[in-house]
Write a protein that binds this ligand. Structure first.
Ligand code: ADE
Ligand code: ZN
Length: 332
């Protein structure tokens, strides 16, 4: 099974580039940029990664992002993630970034997007990896601030395929961002939103009905509503599930309690993703391996999950078919 996991080409659809900041790079950039970080050693960092919920993670994650200042820093961050893609056989990736985390600190939007974009262009040239960039609004900030961010993003419209919604979910429902998502849709962006990660399934309904999203990030709380489950199945609405993340953030107490197998068996369109791999103990293959080691996941399930990742990607049908054919070839 582990051989199968490793050899299958995959797409990753839910990856926060700031969440791929490994402690080693954090230390290097802190030193270079003379930014203080609250850790003495790499071991110290790893010990701090002991979360009790989403917010305890976010506090540490935003503090870590403080070391990112220049275009080169964002290039290096993205390039290191690309090297993990090469290792894990990820051939297409759709990367989230949180511009507000950086513009709030005085880092220009342009430095962030250009650093990421140049690394992705090199990834295509050197490894043939295709990619898209999705800009997320921080939901703990206001809709007015999201509008300002969208305005800045319009200058880089050709580089950004979609917009998303992340950060502190509880108390910040999708309805708070209804108008800015409408504007983003009118501008031609694809739409995604974190919904039903920690908060209840009403957030998933809001994301579907008020934001008109094309994919749900996480969405694991949908299991509590039979009516929603049926709708998600009929619409084949993609759910980008992140198993390691859900365990590290205590959405499920143990891996054995994770509901991905139930969601999949019900017929939902589920993919596996790493979310913030530097913080959640592993990249995409490790997520698959943990599923295999803890749940009655079959080889057929793995193949379905991988094929779903390509079917749900923001790429044209021709490329989708070519990638699905690559999966079939790897299976022969
Ligand atoms: N930002 C980075 N990772 C996140 C997650 N899992 N949920 C919400 N916001 C995030
Ligand atoms: Zn996420």
């Amino acid at each position: 099974m582990i051989d199968l996991i490793k050899k299958l080409p995959k797409a990753e659809l839910h990856l926060h580039i700031e969440g791929s900041l490994e402690p080693e790079l954090m230390f290097r950039l802190a030193k270079k940029n003379q930014v203080e970080i609250p850790y003495k050693s790499i071991e110290d960092v790893r010990n701090a990664y002991n979360f009790t919920n989403l917010q305890t993670f976010l506090d540490i994650y935003y503090a870590g992002a403080n070391v990112l200042l220049t275009k080169e820093d964002f290039y290096d961050l993205t390039w290191e993630y690309i090297l993990k893609c090469v290792e894990d056989n990820v051939i297409h990736t759709e990367i989230f970034f949180d511009p507000q985390t950086h513009t709030e600190r005085g880092v220009p939007f342009e430095a962030v997007i250009t650093g990421i974009k140049e690394a992705l262009a090199d990834a295509k040239e050197k490894y043939g990896i295709t990619s898209c960039i999705i800009m997320c609004f921080l939901r703990h900030l206001s809709q007015a601030e999201a509008f300002e961010t969208l305005e800045e993003a319009l200058k880089f419209k050709n580089d950004i395929i979609g917009v998303g919604l992340d950060s502190s979910e509880l108390g910040n429902p999708p309805s708070k961002f209804k108008e800015v998502f409408k504007k983003a849709k009118d501008e031609g962006f694809k739409l995604v939103a974190h919904a039903g990660e920690e908060a209840d399934f009403s957030y998933i309904y809001e994301a579907l009905d008020l934001l008109n999203i094309n994919r749900i990030d996480h969405g694991v709380q949908s299991i509590k509503s039979p009516e929603l489950m049926q709708r998600l199945k009929i619409e084949q609405m993609p759910l980008t599930v992140c198993p390691n993340s859900n365990i590290e953030l205590k959405v499920f107490e143990t891996y054995k309690e994770h509901n991905i197998k139930e969601l999949l068996d019900y017929g939902l369109n589920i993919s596996v993703n790493s979310d913030d791999p530097a913080y959640f103990k592993g990249y995409i293959n490790q997520n698959f391996i943990n599923l295999h080691e803890n749940l009655p996941i079959t080889e057929e399930d793995i193949i379905t999950l991988v094929k779903n990742s390509f079917r749900s990607a923001f790429i044209d049908d021709e490329l989708k078919e070519a990638y699905l054919a690559k999966v079939d070839l790897a299976l022969q």
